[in-house]
Design a protein. Structure first.
Length: 367
């Protein structure tokens, strides 16, 4: 195996593929990236047995096709540290990988290609295409609400719902819920509900941009595969039943106010500085035309801010985890935000004024 490639052509796919590779692995070969080179194409594969990513690049010259596995992080760090526009020559010599660039030479260990696992190629049951920008928007609008290490393992991921002319993503950690829906030119009957694990969601969104170019999705019984130009991404799906999120959305809230999103976010961020570090609670006092935001902590420190807003109705005092509110305000991209409340023990709905494609539910806190 011997080929040459420019530093830039190798670095972009290598950086994304190395992102999938975990630093601490049970199998040594999982710390490596699989490099395969044919006549005009180079492919790089990284996996942690849950998520697999294949990136492709064009070598400037192939002297000898072949394959090898080399340590992913070390290869990436070497490429990053080389001068821009360097030409890298990669060769296998005596079972080791030798990289040469200008007057530099690096020798890396390799492990047998046969040991490198690949996520089994399950038969895809359905194929569809979505604009990359649509899928990216859906993930960006909801990913923050995924649980991180919940014992309810099905919450450590995102529900992807595909139906007739509709794509929806849903994420919840039990304290808050994020739902985003977009119409799309797809027709899937009956509707499919897949739970993509947290790592799969975060890696997939790195491959997407805001363009109208299509990403091809293949839905399998326990896999989701996405193809975007130079990358093929595969993730195992979480085997579990996602909660019925529609039951969580509160109905009949009679206190609706509209505020400037950026201003409200700044006020909450400032107030949060003096909230209890463990619980991060803030109190909201809603009154006609004004919202008073208050926080205090065990050191007897207090913060109080006032925000003017569009509201005429009864007064209400309610507590929230301030981090949850700030996350929602960061995910919305309208200038104003609408919040619907009913009483101090009921969840709040946050959305664009008049409702948009995203809806957020945040549970209150007792303070």
């Amino acid at each position: 195996m011997k080929f040459s490639i420019s530093r830039e052509a190798l670095l972009r796919p290598l950086t994304l593929v190395a992102g999938v590779v975990e630093r601490r692995q049970t199998l040594p070969v999982l710390s490596n990236v699989l490099i395969e080179v044919q006549d005009t194409q180079l492919s790089l594969t990284g996996t942690d047995l849950e998520v697999e990513l294949i990136g492709r690049a064009e070598p400037s010259q192939v002297d000898e096709p072949g394959s090898a596995t080399v340590p992913a992080r070390k290869l990436m760090d070497i490429c990053k540290s080389l001068p821009e526009q360097s030409e890298i020559t990669f060769a296998l010599e005596d079972g080791r990988a030798v990289l040469r660039a200008g007057r530099s030479r690096f020798t890396l260990s390799t492990l047998p290609v046969a040991e490198f696992p690949n996520i089994e190629d399950g038969q895809g049951t359905q194929e569809l295409s979505l604009p990359r920008g649509t899928l990216k928007h859906l993930i960006d609008a909801t990913a923050f609400a995924m649980a991180q290490q919940d014992v309810r393992y099905y919450l450590n991921g995102m529900l992807l719902e595909l139906g007739r002319n509709l794509v929806r993503t849903v994420a919840t950690d039990g304290h808050r819920l994020a739902v985003c829906s977009r119409s799309a030119d797809i027709d899937i009957e009956p509707a499919q509900k897949l739970i993509v694990p947290r790592k799969g969601v975060l890696e997939l969104v790195r491959l997407l941009d805001g363009s109208d170019e299509l990403v091809g999705l293949t839905l399998g019984a326990n896999h989701l595969r996405a193809r975007t130009g130079e990358f093929t991404f595969t993730s195992k799906l979480v085997d579990g039943k996602f909660p019925d999120y529609e039951r969580v959305v509160p109905k009949g809230g009679d206190k609706v106010f509209i505020a400037e999103r950026a201003e409200l976010r700044q006020v909450l961020s400032r107030t949060s500085i003096l909230s209890n570090e463990k619980y991060r609670g803030v109190r909201l006092n809603l009154e006609e035309g004004n919202l008073r935001v208050m926080a205090n902590n065990p050191e007897q420190e207090e913060a109080e801010e006032n925000v003017s807003l569009d509201y005429s109705g009864d007064t209400l005092e309610i507590g929230f985890n301030v981090g949850y509110l700030i996350d929602v305000l960061g995910a919305l991209d309208e200038d104003r935000v609408q919040m619907t409340l009913s009483d101090s023990n009921s969840s709040a709905i946050m959305e664009e004024p008049g409702g948009g494609d995203a809806l957020y539910v945040v549970m209150p806190m007792r303070l």
